[in-house]
Design a protein around this ligand. Structure first.
Ligand code: F6R
Length: 607
């Protein structure tokens, strides 16, 4: 995810900005830049790749004079990772520079309007519209220009702004993207993450959504969205520097689990406009979709399980038959794929060797291809005919969490979009849209409802084997839950379709064998309940995942985890969250290296 820093004071700004950017490197980025103000001029330096390149270009900042400036690390979203697309962006008249984290959802219409008004664009970013709006609205009063500009923006943004006519001043704006002010002695700062500040000051002010700040070397003023001054409390950071790099979390995995409401929101909300699901990035027409006889989903690991979970929604809502194939199998299976097939390929990294090979194989057989990818500009994204990006931000922990949930969210949205594009009349359409919009909130509830998971982990952490069972989507989520458990806690864990137990696996159930039973689909609840009774009568300890008021399951299970009520077609996005937390806390109990499990790599670029 992108990072922001800002500094104003008496010292040279560039070295401090570069140091702050280095502290934000862990978030992942593909380009970086700084803009520094000196004697009424703004100079901008940008590079692709590492901060080291920016240090080299600016001689560690010593070649850039000026005591106020802003800096940015960019994780490409709109537009490839190039110097033009890197931040800071300058206004056409060179008087304003900005850095931005977040996504401007209405940037296309603003861009068109600004082009008509004579502004030219140097980048493909959504961000650039903001700096041109500021130029348009600035009539000698930055606060007024910022209020007018932000009134025009839809989406999420943390902004850092400088104006050459206001020497020594920085402006910071926050809306649904983190931004923190650092209060020093004769110097002040802002950053998207305290990591960039703790070397300089531990006194911080947390901006709220809708607030903006004006900083100079010796003053910090905060205003609400109407420009009324707001009294803010200065808080003291007590974390050590290393902990702050994980945003205060002990592990990246836990941080990424907690980021899921935001990641899923960033993935879903720009694609719902006026109550309709829209995929502006897709080149598939109604005619193309009506020619499709089947969808083949291919991927590896958790991305494959995301496909397994979404198969139910895709078939039920879009009425297109779906096959889900492991990429490592599909590539060597002489697959029945032709020009009536839509191949959906899923990959967080976009660099997984087997996934790339399966995609190439399907293309060679004439399939239309659509990739669901997190890393912008990755190989899978480049090879596929169509790309839908998940906006999960960089995933650092090896075990995927927000990568998986955002993938399933995209597939659920595609189910509804395909059906709508193909003219399938569905009275449930408005309900589906509402359910999808509610998913980020439901994930947050699932996190909040499960404070007992650390205690459950203490009970189950030294089990020999764990079995996960469920039916339909519950089964698909069990597969991912069992994978999470085995890869980070090294416990043997297997997922079974609940109805399959008595065809063999039940032989392994003995006194105190943990069985994690997923029961989140009311239509088949009774069936899974029978399987719970079967394993319990052989001594199993049942940890059930269900709704809080589901008395039938609550009364029979030994232990419980909960989710809020969600349409079973989309519930995988929510159901997986308690299982991620369970795996995390079991691994923690077992003293495992959670973010870097043994033998595993984040991106599997070899076969
Ligand atoms: C498990 C995990 C892996 C990946 C798989 C595919 O937690 O992260 O199973 O899902 O290696 O990786 P991508 O999605 O990058 O293609």
């Amino acid at each position: 995810m992108c990072g922001i820093v800002g500094f104003t004071g008496e010292q040279s700004a560039a070295p401090i900005l570069l140091d702050g950017l280095k502290k934000l490197e862990y978030r992942g980025y593909d380009s970086a830049g700084i803009a520094v103000m000196d004697h009424g001029c703004i100079s901008v330096n940008k590079v692709t790749g590492r901060i080291a390149n920016l240090c080299e270009k600016t001689k560690d900042g010593t070649a850039v004079p000026g005591a106020a400036g802003i800096g940015h690390t960019r994780w490409a979203t709109h537009g490839a990772p190039t110097e033009e697309n890197a931040h800071p962006h300058l206004s056409n008249d060179g008087r304003f520079a900005i850095v931005h984290n977040g996504i401007i959802e209405n940037y296309l219409s603003l861009r068109e309007e600004l082009i008509k008004d004579g502004y030219h664009f140097d980048s493909e970013t959504d961000t650039e519209v903001i700096v041109h709006l500021i130029e348009m609205y600035y009539k000698g009063d930055m606060r007024d220009a910022l209020i007018r500009t932000t009134n025009r923006l839809r989406g999420s943004y943390a902004l850092g702004v400088i104006c050459s006519e206001e020497p020594g001043k920085l402006y910071a704006v926050r809306e649904a993207s983190p931004l923190i002010l650092g209060v020093g002695v004769d110097e002040n700062y802002f950053a998207s993450d305290v990591t960039a500040l703790v070397n300089y000051t531990r006194n911080v002010i947390y901006l709220e959504d809708g607030e903006f700040a004006e900083l100079s070397g010796n003053s910090v003023k905060v205003f609400d969205c109407l420009g009324k001054p707001v009294e803010k409390k200065v808080s003291r950071i007590l974390w050590d520097v290393q902990a702050a790099e994980k945003g205060g979390y002990e592990h990246f995995m836990l941080k990424e689990i907690m980021e899921q409401p935001g990641a899923v929101k960033a993935t879903i909300s720009p694609r719902i406009k006026d109550g309709k699901i829209v995929f502006e990035e897709l080149k598939l027409t109604a005619k193309d979709l009506l020619r499709i006889r089947k969808i083949v989903i291919t991927a590896c690991g958790s991305a494959y399980y995301a496909g397994c979970a979404a198969k139910y929604a895709l078939e039920k809502i879009s009425h297109i038959p779906v096959e889900v194939e492991l990429a490592s199998e599909l590539r060597y299976s002489d697959p029945m794929i032709d020009n009536h097939t839509l191949l959906i390929v899923i990959s967080q990294s976009g660099e997984t060797a087997d996934t790339i090979a399966a995609l190439k194989e399907a293309k060679a057989r004439g399939a239309r291809t659509l990739a669901i990818v997190n890393v912008v500009g990755s190989t899978v994204a480049k090879l596929a005919d169509n790309v839908v990006y998940t906006w999960a931000g960089p995933e650092i922990a090896v075990a995927t969490t927000k990568g998986y949930t955002t993938q399933v969210a995209v597939l659920c949205m595609l189910s509804v979009w395909f059906a709508d594009m193909m003219g399938i009349e569905d009275e449930n359409y408005p309900k589906y849209v509402k359910e999808l919009q509610a998913l980020p909130r439901m994930i947050q509830h699932a996190i909040d409802m499960n404070s007992s998971i650390p205690a459950l982990a203490k009970k189950y952490h030294d089990s020999k084997s764990l079995f996960f069972i469920g039916r339909n989507t519950d089964y698909a989520v069990s597969l991912e839950g069992a994978l999470k458990m085995k890869e980070i806690s090294y416990l043997h864990s297997e997922a079974y379709a609940a109805g399959e137990l008595k065809h063999g696996t039940i032989a392994l159930i003995e006194e105190h064998t943990p069985v994690i039973a997923l029961c989140c689909n009311p239509a088949i609840m009774e069936k899974t309940l029978s399987n719970i009774v079967e394993v319990k009568s052989r001594g199993a300890e049942v940890l059930a995942l269900t709704f809080r008021n589901n008395q039938k399951i609550v009364s029979v299970a030994d232990d419980l985890m909960f989710i809020p009520k969600v349409d079973p077609l989309f519930s995988a996005v929510v159901e997986i969250v308690p299982l991620q937390l369970l795996a995390y806390y079991v691994a923690k109990e077992n003293g495992c290296d959670i973010d870097k499990p043994k033998n595993l790599a984040k991106s599997v670029t070899v076969e």
